[in-house]
Design a binder for this molecule. Structure first.
Ligand SMILES: [Zn+2]
Length: 62
């Protein structure tokens, strides 16, 4: 079984986080693994979220 890694890089994940992924009217609620660096960047982005490959992400499902 492959070891879990961060959604956005090859680092081992620091935590499993509930995130909202959205683009326009499309919404997806996911639980993803993020490394410390990407987790803190996502938290810093706040409710406005962080864009990655055309999708916006933020912490929390609402
Ligand atoms: Zn990462």
């Amino acid at each position: 079984m492959p070891r879990p890694r961060c959604l956005w890089c090859t680092e081992p994940p620091a935590d499993e986080v509930a995130v909202l992924k959205w683009r326009g009217e499309e919404r997806e609620r996911l639980t993803v693994n993020l490394c410390l660096k990407h987790l803190s960047r996502l938290k810093e982005a706040g409710p406005k979220g962080r864009e990655q490959k055309g999708w916006s992400y933020k912490v929390g499902w609402w």
